[in-house]
Each structure stands twice: as structure tokens, then as C-alpha cells.
Ligand binder design. Structure first.
Ligand code: ZN
Ligand code: ZN
Length: 336
């Protein structure tokens, strides 16, 4: 008997990707009886599912964010371990995106499908590196699925920040970062580059940063921003969610120089429009080269492309001889 085609057992539904023989959804858009969650970002990990399967890291993040509403029962699965859901074998493998992030590896009657979730291929001191898994069908994200997106080395971007801090000792550097993943990665990269001074955090970044620390990720001295005298922040680095980098919040800082760490900073107009003086192209998503290399590496015959710039990647994969299609999944943000 030949292996079943993926569309026979993996369905796109209004609630998201559904694995029929296993009777579970992956990153569902609305509460479902059984969910497998790839990682803790809000557009993938939603509250209110009856049963949740995810890595220990993702479960800890969901508990932190949602409390009791994180799910009726939360079942942790270690990377590389396999469990059965109906006739389907389920395994979680590192995706290299944020702490706890996983690809979902599914096997059913000799057919293997990998759902990548969000991923990147660069080394990140705050999470386990992406592990390519051979499969028949690879379901990939495509946030930066255009050839124009080629992220520079993150060391180069961190050097830009440190150079600016050295150049303008009277100014406060305000770095916009997302609360889950980007904040902690930028902290770790600063430490790796030898920056040892305390970094001041906006209140919205503190809990998840503490969670990372409690899970063994060393991020160096961080201090809450609240209560710190304005003048004490000259020459310092302050981190805040992107929304807070805009006036008027930032005006409480001494001569703020606004930086932003995001893959979108590759788009100059975007940086300008959001008032960013120092764009830092640091992304937790694969860039074009990472996406295309990964497709080749996993050796799948079939490529399904989820959220982001599906068309260009589908076109590229088709040209290279893969059977490729865009899934019209809604509800995922292409923001980092
Ligand atoms: Zn994500
Ligand atoms: Zn996403």
C-alpha cells in the first residue's frame, strides 16, 4: 500500500491546520478540544484549548501569558520524544525561533509531514537550534519569503548598536523589541559581544525575561526602568516593546535614540515611517536564503507554504521541481 497523500490526512480548516486521523489542530485560531502548539507567540499559542501538547518551554510561556486560561490540561513533550495520537505519531523538534519553539513531525501510514511553525537557521543563544527533519511534505512559514530579504549577520547589527552607544554617550538608546524572544535574544547577543552594563527594561518585558532566566538562559544584569532617574539613563540601553518607542512615552528618556530590532528593518521606508533612527536587522524568522536552503535540505517532494509571502516561495519551489502550494491560513501575523 502506498503512503497516503498529505491532503488526505492534513486539512486546512477555518480553525487552522487539522490532523484528521490524530484528531488535533496545530496552532488553532480558536479554542479546540486538542491542540498542538508550536511556540508561545500570541498568533500561534492562543488560550482556551481543552488539551494542549507543547514543549516544556512553550507551556511555561503560555502559563505566564494566560494563567488558568492557558488550557484545560497542558501536556509537555520533550524534543525528540514521540507520542501517539490515534494512528499518528507526533514528535516535536527544535525550530530555533524562540525558547521552546518546535516543528511538529507527524507520521501516518508511512507518510511524514513536518509543520515548521516559525523558524530560523541562525544560531541564537536563547533557544535550541533548528534541526532539519527529512520528510515527504514540508509545511513552511514564509514571513520573509521574498529574495529581497537577506538578513545580515546579527553580530554586525549588535556592533552597530554598541558603536552608536559609544559615539553618543549623552543619549539614551531605546531599542524596540518584541517581548517574547527578541528581547532576550538581543540581551544575550549584547552579552556575547562583551557588553556588561545593566540594561533597563520596560515593564512589559520583565516577566518573560525572568522566565527565560528561570529556565537557565543567562541574560546578564537587567533592571526595571520604572523608578530610575532620567539622568541616570544617559549612555544606557533601554528596551521597550515597539509600540512604546514612539512618542510620547519615549520623551521621558534623556535624548532618546530610537533603535528597532526586527527583520522588517531591512525595509528602509518602514524604519523611517516608524521614527527609527537606528534600524537593526535582527530577525527570528528565516530569510529567503534560509527558507530556500531548508526546503532543499529536508528532501520533501511536496512543499506547503503558510503565512507570509507565499507566492514567491511557491513559485521558486515549483520551478525547482517540487510540488508546491500556498495554504490560505488566516490569523497569523507577519509581524515578528
Ligand atoms: Zn513566532
Ligand atoms: Zn508566526
Amino acid at each position: 500500500m502506498s503512503a497516503p497523500r498529505p491532503e488526505i490526512w492534513i486539512k486546512t480548516t477555518s480553525a487552522g491546520l487539522y490532523c484528521q486521523p490524530g484528531d488535533f489542530y496545530i496552532d488553532p485560531l480558536r479554542p479546540v478540544p486538542r491542540a498542538v502548539i508550536t511556540h508561545g507567540h500570541g498568533d500561534h499559542a492562543r488560550s482556551g484549548n481543552d488539551r494542549v501538547l507543547a514543549t516544556t518551554g512553550t507551556i511555561a510561556i503560555m502559563r505566564e501569558r494566560y494563567g488558568e486560561a492557558a488550557g484545560g490540561s497542558l501536556q509537555p513533550l520533550a524534543y525528540g520524544e514521540t507520542i501517539a495520537a490515534g494512528d499518528v505519531a507526533v514528535r516535536l523538534m527544535p525550530a530555533g525561533h524562540v525558547l521552546g519553539s518546535a516543528q511538529v513531525v507527524l507520521e501516518y501510514r508511512g507518510s511524514r509531514v513536518v509543520v515548521s511553525g516559525d523558524y530560523k537557521r541562525r544560531s541564537d543563544p536563547t533557544c535550541a537550534p533548528f534541526e532539519p527533519c527529512a520528510c515527504d511534505t514540508f509545511i513552511t512559514e514564509a514571513t520573509f519569503g521574498l529574495p529581497v530579504f537577506r538578513h545580515p549577520p546579527d553580530t554586525q547589527e549588535i556592533d552597530k548598536l554598541l558603536h552608536s552607544v559609544a559615539l553618543f554617550p549623552e543619549r539614551c538608546h531605546l531599542v524596540g523589541v518584541y517581548a517574547l524572544g527578541k528581547c532576550q535574544r538581543v540581551l544575550a547577543l549584547l552579552r556575547r559581544a562583551g557588553y556588561e552594563a545593566p540594561v533597563y527594561l520596560h515593564g512589559a518585558l520583565i516577566k518573560l525575561t525572568e522566565l527565560y532566566e528561570s529556565l537557565g538562559i543567562r541574560l546578564g544584569p537587567v533592571l526595571p526602568l520604572s523608578g530610575v532617574a532620567r539622568e541616570a539613563l544617559r549612555g544606557r540601553i533601554v528596551m521597550a516593546p515597539p509600540s512604546a518607542t514612539a512618542d510620547p512615552w519615549s520623551r521621558r528618556l534623556p535624548e532618546p535614540l530610537v533603535a528597532m530590532a526586527s527583520g522588517w528593518m531591512r525595509v528602509r521606508q518602514r524604519a523611517k515611517a516608524s521614527g527609527v533612527e537606528l534600524p537593526l536587522v535582527i530577525s527570528d524568522h528565516a530569510d529567503w536564503d534560509e527558507l530556500t536552503a531548508t526546503i532543499d535540505e529536508v528532501g520533501a517532494e511536496e512543499i506547503w507554504v503558510t503565512h507570509g509571502r507565499e507566492e514567491a516561495l511557491v513559485h521558486h519551489a515549483t520551478k525547482k521541481g517540487y510540488r508546491a502550494r500556498a495554504l490560505t491560513l488566516t490569523g497569523f501575523e507577519v509581524e515578528e
